[in-house]
Design a binder for this molecule. Structure first.
Ligand code: PEP
Ligand code: MN
Length: 343
């Protein structure tokens, strides 16, 4: 059930609706929007009688939800969500740039990359301290020592830290040191982990699973939101197909498909999406053109020496070139959207 409040509904009227939801044994999720607040109800196994709400002061409408998702839906919030991440945002008019190495390797590698990322004007620094590696013998990440370096990067460069957690212990650690918890493709359907990050108050970057459908992807976000954490950013990072010319097939069609259904922002990862250095820039441009809210890019001071994902890492020079291109493209995109809206 979705309860849409009148545009002038007061805080106490909203509070009253939440109270009634709780008395019925369910959970209310209030999402304020630009023009009105809507309240999603979760925790019910069957339909709820709208009569419980229809006559409460300030209620415009109580609507039964027929789709599998409630909280991610544009019915709940028609305008796009802007998610606060550290001292910046993702989902607003500015293209969000998240960049950094695949894995944090050592102090020198982390700091030299962070310097480039800050110089590019990006607001977010990425880098894994806990790495989900296919082989147990491959470099697994620096763990908490890596997170401490990330906290230093934030202090020194003012960059907001985006880093992956693979389990509950990792979530606790990333909550302490980082600004945004990344849930990797391999954990997109780790439902207990999704519930756990849903209980934190840090924004979550949720990557699409290796073979996840649109619905599975959105329901994973719904898991996080159902626990009360509404700050979810979706990320398309390529899916498995028969195509062998790239590591994954970057599915840019998912961007408009996601935007049709949800208010949540979606960014694109052309690094994992292609796995090939030479494909990253063209696909980054395509992602901006298709309307993505941001990009996440792997960059390494010396890709041939990278301990993880060197084949897709950009050199600092390539990365700076990419940023310049996508910025210009993004400006053109906003101008044309504004012109279109003015017609
Ligand atoms: C990563 O961002 O380094 C990563 C492991 O991504 P994914 O989960 O998309 O493979
Ligand atoms: Mn990687």
């Amino acid at each position: 059930m979705l309860i849409v409040m009148k545009s002038g509904a007061s805080a106490s009227e909203i509070e009253k609706v939440l109270e009634v939801i709780e008395t019925l044994g369910f959970r209310g999720h209030s999402l304020p929007g630009a023009n009105r607040t809507a309240i999603g109800v979760t925790g019910n196994s069957g339909a709820i009688d709208p009569a419980h709400f229809e006559n409460l002061a300030g209620v415009a409408q109580a609507i039964r939800v027929t789709q599998p998702y409630k909280l991610i839906s544009k019915d709940l919030r028609p305008e796009r969500s802007v998610i606060k991440v550290g001292n910046s945002t993702i989902g607003g008019p500015e293209l969000a740039m998240i960049a950094g190495p695949c894995a944090l390797e050592d102090h020198e590698q982390v700091f030299s990359t962070a310097r480039i990322v800050a110089e590019s004007g990006a607001r977010f620094f990425r880098g894994g301290a806990y790495k989900p590696r296919t082989s147990p013998y491959a470099f697994q990440g620096l763990g908490e020592d890596g997170l401490k370096m990330m906290a230093e990067v934030r202090d020194q460069f003012g960059l907001n830290i985006v880093t992956e957690a693979m389990d509950e212990h990792g979530v606790d650690a990333v909550e302490r040191y980082g600004d945004c918890i990344q849930i990797g493709a391999r954990n997109m359907q780790n439902f207990s982990l999704l519930k756990y990050v849903g209980q934190t108050r840090k924004p979550v970057l949720l990557k699409r699973g290796l073979s996840a459908t649109l619905e599975e992807f959105l329901l994973a976000a719904e898991y996080i939101m159902a626990e009360g954490n509404y700050d979810v950013i979706l990320c398309e990072r390529g899916i498995r197909t028969f195509a062998a010319h790239a590591r994954n097939t970057l599915d840019l069609s998912v961007v408009p498909a996601v935007q049709r259904v949800t208010h949540l922002p979606i960014i694109v990862d052309p690094s994992h999406g292609t796995g090939r250095n030479y494909m990253v820039e063209p696909l980054a441009r395509a992602a901006v053109a298709v309307g993505a809210d941001g990009l996440i890019i792997e960059v390494h001071p010396c890709p041939e020496d990278a301990l993880c994902d060197g084949a897709q890492a950009l050199t600092p020079g390539q990365y700076l070139g990419l940023v310049e291109q996508v910025r210009r493209l993004s400006e053109v995109m906003s101008e044309s959207t504004a012109a279109h809206a003015g017609k």
